[in-house]
Design a protein around this ligand. Structure first.
Ligand SMILES: Cc1cc2nc3c(=O)[nH]c(=O)nc-3n(C[C@H](O)[C@H](O)[C@H](O)COP(=O)(O)OP(=O)(O)OC[C@H]3O[C@@H](n4cnc5c(N)ncnc54)[C@H](O)[C@@H]3O)c2cc1C
Length: 550
């Protein structure tokens, strides 16, 4: 069949998507021996969700961590991940992540403009589990990167979605350590941190190598010759076919399926109503992999994130825009309640773990017990802290309800009033006592981390605070996600497996387009990009060093 195809373009390696996993795959395939590599990107911009993100990478045992004097051990890493994803870890892919993750970080440092540093005190997300690093070390942050280096291509990077000032690294932004003069200098040189820095630097590496990015090419169908994947058919902006031959192989790195309602309903363990990723992530890679006979895994899981509908259409199409809601709920003086007015979770817990509480099913009422749910704050909070896009003390944004009393607020929002007043009274009692007996909020370093907790207080009051100064406010929250976490299962070489466990020749995958290699474990800040870039790198190395039929 492949012999009949009239190709529009030919390359050794074709990478689908241009997020972190894809860019890393393209660069490493080139560096390890592939003659020509091409990237097909559905949108008109580079970077996908990665460019919008915090850009952190969770890679235990990386050289920046070791140089910062924070040791690690295989036993600890395995114990920690196994405690977060019991029975889900495949020893081969886990081993590849542990060995080649640090190798990938070294490669990026040596061969590309990517500059990372250990965010030394950023705690692992479940610091109370065995093998965790409660005082951090495994999460990597990006140095600020000057977009001047990209020249005319700077405008082609997808914008950020992070609420932090962008001129420094995340560490600099959160600690406010940059003085005015440095900030002005950074502004002048168009320095950007976080996911912008990561994608900017990876994109520079792509440009340096002369790897073309074919924009507005939506990959739709894999071409096979017998068992082997030999190319891909994409759809261009005019709906015409664009056929690209892949002499060595195709890497699916098209992100998750969170914006595809049919796939979300078919696979996820509960409702996903507010994805915060790029709207192009509609699961095209998953559909192509299914068509090619791929084995699927981890389909029920997403990288859960609490979000808020901002109502505004997203920049490139008419899809709604959902704001990230991780920090607001963890600050002192905020709680989350369900329609019964009850708290249901430690509000300072990490977003991925919390997402599983959000989609809990109540067999008694036969409903999702915690959907919908609301953030509740008071005037003291509103005057002091930012709430999503709304700075302290600013007018009430469209997504926020206000009322003089908790009873009125409950009536406006559709929450049980008795439940809400009783819950707030109970919460205030626990705050006064100094311990959250109901959900243990504030018991660990993650809950009290200064990025969301208020560093002006000591633990547990960095996250625990009274709600007692009206007017009161409610914000309806969505069951959101950074992306989905299921897809084609891959092996230690990032090759896609069929249902018999055999590699499908010529087909590779990385990032959120795959069955997450660490199952539902989200080890710490960078829990999706760490494995995503690692397996992008592994796919690139394998494609660079292996000719077809090897
Ligand atoms: C605000 C925010 C902060 C975050 N912070 C972090 C963090 O600090 N660390 C972390 O680990 N995770 C973070 N995440 C999550 C992280 O950004 C994503 O999990 C990660 O970027 C996914 O990378 P990816 O390469 O798999 O996909 P993406 O970066 O989403 O890229 C997928 C690309 O594929 C393209 N595409 C889709 N379909 C097709 C098609 N058919 N053909 C061609 N191209 C296609 C898309 O347009 C997109 O460019 C954050 C997310 C958000 C929104």
């Amino acid at each position: 069949m492949a012999d009949d195809v009239k190709w529009d373009l030919e390359a050794d390696v074709v990478v689908l998507g241009s997020g972190g996993a894809a860019l890393t795959a393209a660069i490493s395939a080139h560096d390890f021996g592939a003659k020509d590599v091409v990237i097909l990107e559905r949108s008109g911009m580079v970077g996908g969700t990665t460019a919008m993100s915090g850009g952190m990478l969770w890679i235990p045992g990386n050289h920046h961590q070791i140089e910062a004097g924070i040791s690690d051990s295989d036993d600890d890493i395995v114990a920690y991940l196994d405690s977060l994803a019991p029975g889900q870890l495949d020893p081969d892919t886990l081993g590849a992540f542990m060995e080649r993750g640090p190798e990938m970080i070294r490669y990026l440092a040596d061969k590309t403009p990517v500059r990372l540093h250990a965010y030394a005190d950023f705690p692992d997300y479940q610091p109370y589990m065995p093998g965790a690093k409660p005082d951090g070390g495994r999460s990597l942050d990006n140095d600020a990167y000057s977009f001047e280096r990209l020249g005319k291509w700077a405008t082609r990077v997808n914008p950020t979605k992070m609420a932090y000032p962008m001129r420094g690294s995340l560490m600099e932004a959160v600690s406010g350590s940059l003085d005015e003069a440095t900030l002005a200098e950074r502004e002048k040189g168009d320095y950007r941190g976080l996911g912008q820095a990561l994608v900017g630097a990876l994109f520079e590496a792509v440009l340096e190598r002369g790897i073309p990015v074919e924009f507005e090419k939506r990959a739709r169908k894999l071409v096979k010759d017998g068992d082997r994947v030999t190319g891909v058919v994409a759809e261009d902006a005019n709906g015409r076919d664009f056929r690209v031959r892949a002499r060595r192989g195709v890497v699916i790195a098209t992100g998750g399926f969170e914006w595809n309602e049919t796939l979300v309903k078919a696979f996820l363990r509960g409702p996903l109503t507010g994805p915060v990723s790029v709207p192009e992530n509609e699961g095209d890679g998953l559909l192509m992999a299914i068509d090619a006979g791929a084995q699927l895994g981890n389909m029920q899981n997403a990288w859960w994130q609490q979000s808020v509908l901002e109502m505004k259409p997203q920049h490139r199409n008419a899809k709604p825009n959902y704001l990230l809601g991780s920090d607001e709920r963890a600050r002192p003086g905020a709680i989350l309640v369900n329609r019964a007015g009850k708290r249901f979770v430690n509000e300072a817990a990490n977003y991925n773990a919390m997402g599983k509480a959000v989609v809990a099913f109540d067999a008694g009422t036969h409903t999702y017990a915690n959907l919908p749910y609301w953030l509740i704050i008071d005037q003291r909070y509103k005057d002091k802290y930012p709430t999503f896009t709304s700075p302290p003390g600013s007018p009430i944004p469209s997504y926020m309800m206000q009322a003089e009393t908790l009873e009125e607020l409950a009536a406006k929002a559709g929450i049980d009033a008795e439940g809400l007043t009783a819950t707030v009274a109970r919460f205030n009692e626990l705050v006064r006592k100094g311990h959250d007996d109901d959900f243990n909020r504030g018991d660990n370093t993650y809950d009290n981390f200064y990025m969301w907790g208020d560093p002006a207080f000591e633990a547990p009051f960095r996250t625990l605070g009274l709600i007692d100064q009206g007017p009161f406010y409610a914000v309806k929250m969505e069951s959101g996600a950074l992306g989905t976490a299921g897809g084609p299962r891959i092996n230690e070489d990032a090759q896609v497996l069929d249902w018999n466990g055999n590699a499908i020749p010529g087909l590779y995958a990385a990032g959120n387009a795959t069955c997450a290699v660490l199952g539902e474990a989200y080890g710490g800040a960078g829990g999706t990009l760490g494995p995503g870039l690692t397996f992008g790198y592994i796919a690139g190395c394998h494609l660079g060093t292996h000719l077809p039929n090897h």
